[in-house]
Design a protein. Structure first.
Length: 126
């Protein structure tokens, strides 16, 4: 995800989906945090995606894609940032062809991975 977003109500977070092991990635699931409003989704040719909604707000996106070992893909979307707070915590899960899942939000020791956090930074004074 993006490391920081400076002074903008809108951002275009990117999610890099690598296959670092020997089993292909088949999907990536992203939970959209409260306060983030997804406006548009990137839809690369040949990919499928599904969204889950709560009322009109997208709360989850699942990209279905085949990423072979040693490769990665990147997807993006345009979203409005929350009106308050200084960071956004993203929940992302990667699914593999063997049925296993990797959580990219929480590290094995229980801490939050830095890649799962977008820092919201105020715009510089004019």
């Amino acid at each position: 995800m993006s490391a920081s977003c400076r002074g903008s109500r809108r951002s275009a977070p990117r999610t890099r989906i690598p296959t670092e092991g020997k089993v292909a990635t088949t999907a990536a699931e992203l939970d959209v945090p409260e306060g983030v409003i997804v406006e548009t989704l990137q839809a690369p040719a040949g990919w499928k995606y599904e969204v889950k909604r709560a009322d009109d707000r997208i709360v989850s996106i699942v990209w279905q894609v085949d990423v072979r070992p040693g490769e990665f893909v990147e997807v993006a979307f345009v979203a409005r940032n929350p009106r308050s707070g200084d960071k956004i915590l993203w929940t992302l899960r990667q699914k593999f062809a063997d049925g296993t899942t990797q959580n990219w939000t929480t590290a094995p020791n229980g801490t939050t991975r830095p890649t799962a956090v977008t820092q919201l930074v105020a715009a510089p004074a004019k």
